[in-house]
Design a binder for this molecule. Structure first.
Ligand code: C5P
Length: 316
């Protein structure tokens, strides 16, 4: 997450994420699932501009960036991205409203959100936008809240939001997330990783996917992959990638299997779905390899295709 500040506004570039590993450990009494996931932020960004106003109104205006991933996706197939709600049904609005209520202030703000991350994709766009809004409100309204306080608010809003807040505050784009996703352990980024991401023509609802999942009797452990990340071997990393939500997502979309098979045929080291889908990604050797895999996938018209790499400050 990158921030630009001016006198009365902050612009935040909010990244998408990929789940390199996701395992389910159990179902909790609050209905959420206990899980272990390794997520990496990638260099595809929504942009949120937060400006303080004189009145007490919150206004949110959202649009798709022209000629980018999200708008291309919209043209490729109907209803790929869903609506862009501008009121309280948008997580950004809820985040800023939560900040106001928690701080007991009635300050106003104008928020402009430019979308590039396809939604209903398992790429974390809405969660990243909400984390960006929390950070921006804290800065512009000069609240000076601690990391712990912001993380607590983030967790109230959604399971993936603490990860993005963390990526924004500490600059590390890679983390092991536990609990329902909100307990973050930063991981060092061993090197730049290159991916091809494809959003097929049809999104998936996270809640629908989780409703269909089953808890494995012998869950896989994330530390195998975190060890492989240190080794820097893309083959080894690819071998350890895993996503337990693939099975329930397959029940809802035939695109997942088709896509991951196409990615392997196009030369990917490994391929899998991100989060609860429907986007899938191919792990590639380097940037050139990723461009080659992307070109083959574009020819097959599997959906919206784009290359990406992990973002954070620690790669070399
Ligand atoms: O927390 P978030 O709003 O992103 O979650 C969306 C839905 O995904 C939840 O309503 C829940 O059904 C499901 N979920 C879950 N366990 C998690 C995270 C999400 O069951 N750890």
């Amino acid at each position: 997450m990158f921030l630009e500040r001016s006198a009365d506004s902050v612009t935040v570039h909010a990244p998408a994420k990929l789940n390199l590993f996701l395992e389910l450990l159990g179902k909790r009494s609050d209905g959420f699932h206990e899980l272990e996931t390794i997520m990496t932020a990638i260099n595809v960004f929504d942009t949120l501009r937060f400006t303080a106003t004189e009145d007490s109104q919150l206004s949110l205006h959202c649009r798709f960036a022209a000629g980018t991933v999200a708008s291309a996706a919209r043209q490729d197939a109907d209803a790929l991205l869903g609506d862009l709600p501008s009121g309280p049904s948008n997580l950004v609005y809820r985040a800023v409203d939560l900040v106001r209520r928690t701080a007991g202030i009635e300050r106003g703000a104008k928020i402009e959100l430019v979308k590039r991350i396809p939604s209903a994709s398992g790429l974390g766009g809405a969660s990243s936008d909400a984390a960006a809004a929390l950070l921006a409100a804290d800065i512009v309204w000069k609240l000076g809240w601690s990391r712990d306080k912001l993380t607590e608010l983030a967790a109230q809003l959604g399971s993936d939001i603490p990860f993005f807040l963390h990526a924004g505050l500490f600059g590390s784009g890679l983390a092991l997330c536990r609990g329902r996703g909100e307990i973050i352990t930063p991981l060092a980024i061993p090197r730049r990783m290159h991916f091809v991401v494809v959003r097929p023509p049809g999104g998936l609802s996270t809640a629908d996917v989780f409703r269909r999942c089953t808890i494995p009797s012998q869950p896989l452990e994330a530390h195998d992959l975190s060890d492989s990340l240190k080794s820097r071997s893309m083959m080894e990393i690819g071998h350890r990638m895993h996503n337990r939500l693939t099975e329930p997502s397959r029940q809802l979309s035939t695109e997942i299997d088709r896509l991951t098979r196409c990615m392997m045929r196009a030369g990917a080291i490994s391929s899998q779905m991100s989060g609860s889908g429907s986007a899938c990604f191919a792990l590639c050797k380097d940037a050139r390899h990723a461009r080659g895999v992307a070109a083959k996938l574009k020819n097959q018209r599997v959906g919206v295709v784009f290359t990406a790499s992990n973002c954070g400050v620690h790669w070399n």
